[in-house]
Ligand binder design. Structure first.
Ligand code: ZN
Length: 60
């Protein structure tokens, strides 16, 4: 399920993981899935949005 770790490794050092199921305060699934960058912690519902806000591959 989390085998997307290497997906963006060719152009970004940080890994975008997901889709990750989101749970409410009662531990029940909200039917919402999000993606998260392991480098900067940016979270978004769509992978492309994580890539948009992610700065891990810049300024080095
Ligand atoms: Zn990032």
């Amino acid at each position: 399920m989390y085998d997307t770790e290497n997906y963006e490794k060719s152009n970004r050092e940080a890994a975008i993981t997901g889709p990750i199921p989101e749970y409410d305060r009662y531990g029940r699934s909200t039917s919402v899935y999000y993606h998260r960058c392991s480098g900067c912690g940016v979270e978004a519902l769509r992978r492309v949005d994580v890539q948009t806000h992610c700065r891990c591959g810049e300024g080095r």
